[in-house]
Design a protein around this ligand. Structure first.
Ligand SMILES: Nc1ncnc2c1ncn2[C@@H]1O[C@H](COP(=O)(O)OP(=O)(O)OP(=O)(O)O)[C@@H](O)[C@H]1O
Ligand SMILES: [Mg+2]
Length: 256
């Protein structure tokens, strides 16, 4: 069953066709990777899907609903959360506070509740703390819960951002280069963690440059080049696709 369908998505910046007529879908429970050379349009496509950009043309259907015109915060409310290529954490808040902010959008206690029934709010705060610590444990950050976010290593900050995105229990989690700046060991630990999310019925769409991660993790791969989808298939099919080798690997070789 399809969770996300994007149909003929275009995003133009003046004359530049950053995303040009891209269609694909993500089925419930799948891990789909988007790959392609630098500037291929991957992040722009993410921005369109998450509602941070409005598509120039095209349609997005999520969980049976047309979400084409929803802004980012509404898109998050229907169950799509994401991380960013350039990490966006509250650097002067602690690790714990960063996760609790992600959880707060789910808290039921309103301001009126807090005025009339302090106990309920307190109870929710305690639950919020417990949930945040539970999430941090999953990525081995519980011992750093009182650190300021900007004191974490790059890899730890990426893990924290993922946990914060997970805090609101999304149906679709979108990760823009989650292993960037990580050591190979950290990257492989993250792969394990992402794989485990599958069993929690979270569907994942990720942009990834690390080919070992792509091969290990993806049920399917979508390849972009110059804003256009040039291939789609299982990881091993993509690996031997002539167009992909030429566009992606070829250009990387040239720029190396
Ligand atoms: N807000 C913007 N205004 C104008 N041009 C933009 C904007 N965002 C992206 N672009 C351009 O769109 C093209 C695609 O960029 P995008 O960031 O989506 O690529 P990418 O595949 O994510 O690349 P990378 O692998 O380097 O992250 C690039 O030519 C980029 O300069
Ligand atoms: Mg990008």
């Amino acid at each position: 069953m399809e969770l996300l369908t994007v149909n003929n998505i275009c995003k133009y910046f003046s004359g530049l066709k950053a995303v040009d007529d891209v269609s694909f879908n993500v089925k419930k429970g799948e891990i789909v990777s988007i790959i392609g050379p630098n500037g291929a349009g991957k992040t722009t496509l993410f921005n369109v899907i998450s509602g941070h950009y409005t598509a120039t043309k095209g349609k997005k259907i999520f969980d049976g609903k047309d979400i084409t015109d929803l802004p980012a915060y509404k898109t998050a409310e229907v169950g799509i959360t994401r991380t960013f290529q350039n990490i966006r954490l509250f650097s002067n808040l602690t690790v714990l506070e960063n996760v609790m902010i992600g959880l707060h959008t789910k808290l039921k206690a309103s301001i009126l509740d807090s005025l009339l029934n302090i106990a309920k709010t307190k109870e929710e705060e305690v639950q919020c703390y417990d949930n945040a610590m539970e999430l941090l444990k999953q990525v081995n950050l519980e011992n750093k819960c009182m650190e300021y976010a900007n004191n974490l290593s790059y890899g730890e900050q990426r893990r924290l951002e993922i946990i914060r995105a997970l805090a609101s229990k999304p149906k679709l989690l979108m990760l823009d280069e989650p292993t960037a700046g990580m050591t190979m060991q950290e990257a492989m630990e993250l792969v394990q963690f992402i794989n485990h999310l599958k069993y929690e019925e979270i569907t994942i769409l990720l942009i990834e440059h690390n080919m070992r991660v792509v091969m290990d993790i993806s049920d399917r791969v979508v390849v972009l080049d110059h804003g256009v989808k040039i291939a789609e298939g299982k990881a091993h099919e993509i690996q031997s696709n002539e167009k992909v080798i030429e566009a992606y690997l070829g250009r990387r070789k040239n720029s190396a």
